[in-house]
Design a protein around this ligand. Structure first.
Ligand code: ADP
Ligand code: MG
Ligand code: MG
Length: 322
């Protein structure tokens, strides 16, 4: 018997948003996939240029105007993203705080090279005294205004998620139901081929994989880690996920993984729960996140009950289920 050959796996790779984007499609012909993949690649590059936090971009132009106390025009697409960010900021109790740009710049993370030293305590205290928040941003009628001169937007904690959601929307609009959009290890998968997509979660301190998860239907898996961007000073690690309550890199967590349907929500939640430290179960409940893995700097692992059902460890780790 002669069966029609199934179309092969189609893969596309490019660099955007500071990371490698890998798109895999299953069950579709190359001719149909090509225009969609090209559109997705264009989207990623456009978002990279629109939202860059320190190079010339729509976002840095907006920040400059806001800091001058002026009303700034905001295109509809960006306004929608800022509204989504505001909602996630609220549900996270302010731990996901996109108004944190000034503090990121102060720490020296707004540059291509890693900073080498800790900012002056006075400078951090000055930021904290005015502590800008998303609530200081007024959005109305296609315009924005800030009531806080220190407010500086930085979408780094969820831009990747928003971009991944948009890519999935484009694939679905084109009738593609089996795909994975992977942005440097953070991803959203739809469909299940003949077998589920199996995703490895990186070990935060050792090379290789700590655990694996098989996606079910439509799911995003996002991880925030203290190993992505950091420097060491006087034997201490200073990384790029900052606690807006005290102005310093959040302590107590080495990596925090979230499974959720929408990538933007998973991305923002991974950052917020990282910042929450021991209080992550409460923040997860507040944000409607059920599947969480936290790896502490000493290598011990905590799981939410729903995550415990889904994750498999590569080594003999005994996670605590909380
Ligand atoms: P990754 O860089 O691995 O994607 P995250 O998604 O956690 O990790 O994003 C970290 C980035 O988010 C930082 O580089 C900075 O731009 C921004 N950021 C840092 N701390 C916060 C915070 N508390 N709330 C919102 N954004 C943050
Ligand atoms: Mg991220
Ligand atoms: Mg994030």
């Amino acid at each position: 018997a002669c069966q029609p050959a199934e179309p092969p796996l189609i893969e596309r790779r490019f660099i955007a948003l500071g990371t490698i984007i890998d798109i895999s499609l299953y069950g579709i012909d190359a001719e149909r996939a090509d225009p969609v993949l090209a559109a997705i690649e264009r989207d990623f590059h456009r978002l990279h240029h629109d939202w860059h936090a320190w190079e010339e971009s729509r976002l840095t132009t907006l920040n400059t105007t806001l800091q001058q106390g002026k009303r700034a025009p905001v295109p509809a697409g960006l306004a929608a993203v800022l509204e989504q960010a505001r909602g996630l900021n609220r549900s996270s109790g302010g731990l996901f705080e996109p108004a944190i740009g000034g503090l990121m710049a102060l720490w020296g993370f707004h540059g291509n090279d890693l900073p080498g030293k800790v900012p002056e305590a006075d400078a951090i205290a000055a930021w904290l005294a005015e502590r800008p928040r998303m609530n200081d941003l007024e959005l109305e009628g296609g315009h924005a205004r800030s009531t806080n001169p220190r407010l500086q937007l930085d979408l780094g904690a969820f831009a990747k998620g928003v971009a991944v959601d948009r890519a999935i929307d484009r694939l679905r609009d084109a009738g593609i139901g089996n795909a994975i959009v992977n942005a440097g290890g953070d991803l959203r998968a739809i469909g299940a081929r003949e077998r589920p997509w199996r995703i490895g979660i990186r070990h935060p301190r050792a090379p290789g994989v700590l655990a694996s998860i098989e996606t079910q239907g439509d799911e995003s898996i996002f991880t925030s880690g203290d190993y992505e961007r950091y420097f060491e000073a006087e034997g201490k690690r200073y990384h790029h996920i900052i606690d807006p309550r005290n102005g310093y890199p959040a302590r107590g967590t080495a990596s925090l993984t979230v499974i959720h349907s929408e990538a933007a929500v998973a991305d923002a939640a991974a950052t917020a729960l990282f910042v929450a430290g021991d209080a992550w179960p409460q923040t997860a409940a507040d944000m409607g996140i059920e599947r969480v893995m936290r790896v502490r700097p000493d290598g011990t692992v905590e799981l939410s009950p729903a995550m415990a059902e889904r994750i498999r460890f590569e080594t003999d780790i005994e996670p605590e289920v909380t």
